[in-house]
Design a protein around this ligand. Structure first.
Ligand code: PLA
Length: 410
């Protein structure tokens, strides 16, 4: 007997809006104009605007093929060699939290999956706690906490008047939150603003978090990409760890190893005792099992081979410096073009001060729409552009578009 369905049982399912970031790439693909430029998603491109597979990744994959590695399931917590080097990369191999076995590390489905697992953990073990996120933040943070049913509120972060950090607002809002909140912090290269606290400001943020008994929850998606140095970009996390905090860190290899589609990252929970670490790890595994059972192996092996091998590790650092350097070069060229071409006297130096993959241009939604409609430049509607998708030769065109949109659209 066949079932004939005239009216879909899914009639009540409404159309979801396009994703504010990944939806931009879909729109870009549909545009047939030759001038089009995709500055939406934060994905590194070469000067020729082609995707880039790191040489160290190719070398690691060659090694893996030669060894003829099998495709058996990984344990729920992921590849042991991956988890080890990942925690070491973040905290430093000689850090006492590692020596004392106080870090629970679980391989996750890149940064997003690791954040989501941590959010599920918060919801289960701290059902009354709230998350604090910066205003603005990476848009998916809100989705993650919403889906995990973790209530959240925002703390002030960006000050449009100074185009810098609203430090006093940030501290006041963290102070005003209920004790024991989870404070989400971007470890480095804040997305979307490109504005990070100074070392002195990080100290003061740690003071207020400590005073309020909050739990820091770091999102580290750009280690090595902000400054070009893996250690310098781990400054904030290592500072908090050195002050004795228990904390969470979600980590991603999408950007620094260019492993976007491999979905490789980790969630690390630093605990005050190894015993607590063991128990936390067991519960993270329990949460992962019904969600995705166990993580994929390919990216984990690449990371273990690159980070765990002194030669490949050094080569990786050089490649990362190259990538970070290329972004810094286009940042400078864009700033030069903007300041030379714009005769209004507007100060564009904020472009230079921001760090990481993005520039937060200050263009509002209508101006961002104009960038796309008239100039075929694809970007997120909050005025963020990914400099990783820009070449030196396109800087002038981009500057023209920004100046036109800024001055001619209200
Ligand atoms: N955390 C932050 C702050 C991010 O910016 C991103 C990626 C992630 C986590 C997650 O990355 P992963 O899951 O690939 O590890 N943000 C991108 C891509 C680069 C995206 O939106 O998914 C962005 O364009 O903002």
């Amino acid at each position: 007997m066949t079932v004939s369905v005239n009216v879909s049982r899914f009639e009540g399912v409404t159309m979801a809006p396009p994703d504010p970031i990944l939806g931009v790439s879909e729109a870009f693909r549909a545009d047939t104009n030759d001038l089009k430029l995709n500055l939406g998603v934060g994905a590194y491109r070469t000067e020729e605007l082609q995707p880039y597979v790191l040489n160290v990744v190719k070398k690691a994959e060659k090694l893996m093929l030669e060894r003829g590695e099998n495709k058996e399931y990984l344990p729920i917590e992921g590849l042991a060699a991956f988890n080890k080097v990942t925690a070491e990369l973040l905290f430093g191999a000689d850090n006492s939290v590692i020596q004392e076995g106080r870090v629970a590390t679980i391989q996750g489905l890149s940064g997003t999956g690791s954040l989501r697992l941590a959010a599920a953990f918060i919801q289960r073990y701290f059902p009354d706690a709230k998350a604090l996120i910066s205003s603005p933040t990476w848009g998916n943070h809100k989705n993650i906490f919403n889906d995990a049913r973790v209530p959240w509120s925002e703390y002030r972060y960006f000050d449009p008047r100074t185009v810098g950090l609203d430090f006093d607002g940030m501290v006041a809002d963290i102070k005003a939150a209920p004790d024991g909140s989870f404070v989400l912090l971007h470890g480095c290269a804040h997305n979307p603003t490109g504005i990070d606290p100074t070392p002195e400001q990080w100290e003061k943020i740690a003071d207020v978090i400590q005073e309020k008994n909050h739990i820091p929850f770091f999102d580290v998606a750009y280690q090595g990409f902000a400054s070009g140095s893996l250690d310098a970009d781990a400054y904030s996390i290592r500072l908090f760890v050195s002050r004795g905090f228990e904390l969470l860190v979600a980590q991603s290899y999408s950007k620094n190893l260019g492993l976007y589609a491999e979905r490789i990252g980790a969630i690390n929970v630093v605990c005050s005792s190894s015993d607590a670490g063991t128990r936390v790890k067991s519960q993270l595994k329990r949460l992962a099992r019904p969600m995705y059972s166990n993580p994929p192996v390919h990216g984990a092996r690449i990371v273990a081979n690159v980070v765990g091998d002194p030669n490949l590790f050094n080569e990786w650092k050089q490649e990362m410096e190259l990538m970070a350097g290329r972004i810094k070069n286009v940042r400078r060229r864009l700033y030069e073009n903007l300041s030379q071409k714009d005769k209004s006297g507007k100060d564009w130096s904020f472009v230079l001060k921001q760090i990481g993959m993005f520039s937060y241009t200050g263009l509002h939604k209508a101006q961002s729409d104009h960038m796309t409609d008239k100039w075929h430049i694809y970007m997120t509607k909050d005025g963020r552009i990914s400099l990783a998708g820009l070449s030196l030769s396109k800087c002038e065109y981009l500057a023209d578009a920004i100046i036109d949109s800024f001055h001619n659209v209200n």
